[in-house]
Ligand binder design. Structure first.
Ligand code: HEM
Ligand code: HEM
Length: 197
């Protein structure tokens, strides 16, 4: 029996992908920059840290939505011209990106919960359930940083692969996450088990 697979991502998946990509890049830049802010005068560093935490929690919620979408939908079928090793690499890379997307905000939140500073979400103080533990804070900071390094490498690989499909292979893969339906139809039509849309 032939299974029917979609040929491109749904609007929900696209909106979540691009929102998370844009705010993810902003958050990576903000995080890297803010750790260099001097501790005096007091307040300046804290306000940037609070902004980073607020954006990070928002991203964490968007990522949960995205994960829920992913667990309830199939990925579009890839054209048959793509070799097996590239399919496996793409699968692994996407899976690892999801793991990082969960671990990064979670470790940031947990690390911040084990300090004396309450977490403020855009000015609203969140309930503090953790306690002051420099050892736990340090452990989660290490996880946060390690996952960020892996995430950046994966994103570089992901973007390089996508650009190869867009500029060299021209097989319509880029358009599956975009809004140009004509290109997807022309390039993928008849190459996979999915129905033409
Ligand atoms: C997708 C979401 C996030 C990204 C991409 C991100 C990225 C970063 C980056 C690049 C740094 C600097 C590198 C480092 O020293 O660790 C950093 C540091 C930090 N982040 Fe995040 N972050 C995210 C979410 C969060 C959340 C949700 C919180 C807390 C609620 C948080 C709290 C912190 C803190 C306190 C630091 C300072 C270093 C430390 O104490 O670990 N981050 N983050
Ligand atoms: C924070 C940055 C990014 C993250 C975390 C990310 C993550 C992901 C993930 C996990 C998927 C697989 C979706 C799934 O099957 O559920 C995906 C697909 C895709 N991404 Fe990204 N992405 C990022 C940035 C980008 C950028 C900058 C581009 C464009 C240059 C891009 C283009 C694409 C395209 C075209 C697909 C569809 C691939 C296919 O059809 O198999 N992404 N992205």
């Amino acid at each position: 029996m032939q299974r029917e697979l979609p040929t491109h991502y749904t609007p929900t998946a696209k909106v979540l992908h691009w929102l998370i990509a844009v705010f993810g890049f902003a958050q990576l830049s903000l995080g890297t920059w803010m750790i260099g802010i001097p501790k005096t005068p007091p307040g300046v560093r804290a306000s940037w840290f609070n902004l980073h935490k607020s954006i990070g929690i928002t991203l964490g919620l968007l990522i949960l939505l995205r994960l829920a979408w992913r667990l309830t939908h199939r990925a579009p079928s890839l054209p048959e011209t793509i070799p097996g090793w590239q399919r496996s690499l793409a699968k692994f890379c996407h899976f690892a990106l999801y793991v990082c997307m969960v671990v990064i905000p979670l470790s940031g939140y947990l690390g911040s919960s084990f300090t004396n500073y309450p977490i403020k979400y855009f000015g609203h103080t969140l309930p503090q359930w953790g306690w002051d533990s420099p050892a736990l804070k340090e452990r989660f900071s290490q996880v946060h940083l390690t996952a960020i390094v892996i995430f950046v490498v994966l994103i570089a690989l992901h973007v390089a692969a996508v650009l190869k499909h867009l500029l060299i292979d021209r097989d319509g893969i880029f358009q599956r996450m975009g809004w140009t339906r004509r290109a997807v139809k022309r390039d993928l039509g008849g190459s996979g088990p999915g129905p033409a849309q």
